[in-house]
Write a protein that binds this ligand. Structure first.
Ligand SMILES: [Zn+2]
Length: 96
């Protein structure tokens, strides 16, 4: 599975998003220091985090399926990745 890492602003330790998802021991909280993330919309955060690793993996698997069927055409993977990078980093800037 695709593991997505994050860093706690409070204690500076690294954790995986799955560690703060709905199935985790501490949903919406830092697994190390217990800091509560996104105080005002903590449950929304937990829901959003719930599927992100799975959905990222699903995207990769779907793409792999397409890549395996590239007969007669070529998917521009590099362009897709740089588009992804632009979009994701664009959101990063607007949220901080
Ligand atoms: Zn922490």
């Amino acid at each position: 599975m695709m593991k997505i890492q994050a860093t706690c602003d409070t204690c500076g330790r690294k954790f995986l998003l799955s560690q703060i998802g709905p199935q985790s021991d501490a949903p919406g909280r830092c697994p190390f220091c217990g800091a509560r993330f996104a105080r005002h919309y903590n449950s929304v955060l937990v829901d959003a985090v719930g599927g992100v690793e799975n959905e990222t993996q699903r995207f990769i698997n779907l793409l792999a399926k397409l890549q395996a069927m590239e007969t007669g055409f070529d998917i521009d993977i590099k362009a897709l990745l740089s588009q992804l990078e632009r979009d994701v980093l664009g959101h990063e800037r607007s949220s901080t």
